[in-house]
Design a protein around this ligand. Structure first.
Ligand code: BG6
Length: 476
């Protein structure tokens, strides 16, 4: 495995939630696994009002790794990692402390290191940080990771792309979607394109419907301000679920190189039909408006379910059902491909709908991940009675998972290596906002749902009709 060139990594939003939960623990995991560059420095940054001393930042990182990391922040590995950390505050009109720390870090690495900026800041701050990087010339020859959501509609995404491109050309922009770094999402590419078993049936002739389903049990987790302005559609559907759809629905790329892979995903997004508000359900869990930081009359959706259609040769007429929401009954990350029902006339006792429930391929992409083929078999006994059965591949049974990387870790490593394959491109993201236009302009009203339920009924069930939401209890 190639190790990245020496790097100075600058983490904007270093005192924030994402850095604490994912980025600092992830960077330490990469360091322990020997996947960070041989020589690196990590400079934390935030506006001056959140400034930390280097020591305080090291303690902050220690606590983050202790709380959310896979390995204890101790021993030689921790000492080496800790020694790489420093902190430099930056505001648009006062970038001095950051500049000084970046310069010191570069000097410590002999002046030859690459720069990678990670913008783990609220979306409203993306543009000002990008401008700061341009004005201070820190951007020169550097790469930038931009967090989501990238814009809130087509106009804002275009404006943000313009701001970014004024400072970084597209080859240096890494719009991150951590779902695309998940092992089991990437495994969809292997499953489809490395086997003779799946790809021949991966089309409208054999597949009747597709579900991409990410219910969460989590609530707001202290993010009311972000969530009120974002909602489930922008936070999860545009950002993560439609990206997963891109991987599930794409044509085989000629290679896995960034351009080919992203070209194929872009074609999927081109083929997406504009989202019909009549094919969307927006929900809000009961009690959401009482959460601290939430408006008493909030119309923000904490649940979104959609029916999407692709107008292309592979998928015309196959509904793609997407669903996600907060405070639902279970936390799952599933892709379900429902196979067309075979004629069951020769099995007189078959229950109506048995074939729909049993015929399918289920990809559970929550780490560590599982792929299950579901089918009907003959129940043992004197009569020809059918019963559901499954063949399952479980990552944890088949591989040592110690080498597995969490989505963010994999993607930060790819960004250091300059590999954009699993990052979203400007044309793709703009197209997704474009097809979202009708829904954003005329959103259906939010419908209440009980926490711990599956969202607003009967609307959600009706949306998937004549199919059903698959959620097998056996994780298959
Ligand atoms: C984030 C969303 O991008 O993804 C969160 O902002 C969501 O609202 C999270 O909970 C889910 O990702 P994961 O990988 O932690 O399940």
């Amino acid at each position: 495995m190639t190790r990245p060139d020496d790097h100075v990594i600058v983490l904007f939003g270093a005192t924030g939630d994402l850095a604490r939960r994912k980025l600092l623990p992830g960077l330490f995991h990469l360091a322990r696994a020997g996947l960070l560059p041989e020589h690196y420095r990590i400079v934390g940054s935030a506006p001056a009002r959140f400034a930390l001393s280097d020591d305080a930042f090291r303690r902050h990182a220690h606590d983050a790794v202790a709380a959310f990391g896979l390995a204890e922040p101790a021993g030689d590995a921790w000492q080496a990692f800790e020694a790489s950390l420093s902190f430099g505050a930056a505001d648009p009109e006062a970038p001095g402390p950051l500049l000084a720390k970046v310069k010191a870090a570069e000097e410590a690495l002999g002046g030859r290191a690459r720069r990678l900026f990670h913008l783990a800041v609220p979306p409203a701050a993306f543009a000002s940080v990008i401008r700061l990087l341009g004005d201070t010339r820190l951007a020169e020859d550097s790469r930038v990771i931009v967090e989501k959501p990238f814009g809130t509609d087509l106009a804002s995404a275009r404006a943000l792309n313009e701001t970014v491109h004024a400072v970084f050309d597209e080859s240096r922009v890494f719009r991150i979607d951590h779902f695309l770094g998940k092992e089991s999402v990437d495994n969809v590419l292997a499953l489809r394109f490395a086997n003779g078993l799946f790809e021949p049936i991966w089309n409208r002739d054999h597949i009747s419907h597709v579900q991409i389903d990410v219910p969460e049990t989590l609530g707001l987790e202290g993010r009311a301000h972000f969530y009120e302005e974002t909602g489930a559609f922008r936070d999860m559907i545009v950002t993560h679920l439609i990206q997963v759809l891109g991987i599930v629905a794409m044509e085989p790329p000629v290679s896995l190189g960034a351009q080919r892979l992203r070209d194929e995903k872009a074609k999927v997004f081109e083929a997406l039909c504009p989202i019909d508000p009549a094919h969307a359900v927006r929900g809000q869990y009961e009690g959401y408006r009482d959460e601290p930081g939430v408006a008493a009359d909030s119309q923000t959706e904490t649940f979104a379910a959609l029916r999407l259609e692709l107008d292309n040769w592979r998928w015309a007429g196959v509904p793609f059902h997407l669903r996600t929401g907060k405070r639902l009954a279970q936390h799952r990350e599933m892709i379900v491909l429902g196979l067309r029902e075979p004629p069951l006339r020769m099995f007189p006792s078959a229950l109506p709908g048995a074939a729909e429930r049993a015929n399918g391929i289920v990809i559970d992409f929550a780490d560590p991940g599982q792929v299950t083929a579901r089918f009907l078999v003959k129940e043992p006994g004197p009569t020809m009675r059918l019963a559901p059965a499954a063949m399952a591949f479980r990552y944890e049974d088949s591989f040592r998972l110690a080498h597995g990387l969490e989505g963010y870790e994999r993607l930060i490593l790819d960004a250091m290596l300059g590999d954009q394959s699993l990052f979203t491109r400007s044309d793709g993201i703009e197209r997704i906002w474009e097809v979202s236009g009708p829904l954003l302009t005329s959103p259906p009203p939010v419908q209440p749902y009980a926490p711990g339920s599956w969202g607003p009924e009967p609307a959600v069930t009706e949306l998937a009709a004549p199919y059903h939401w698959h959620l097998p209890d056996d994780r298959g």
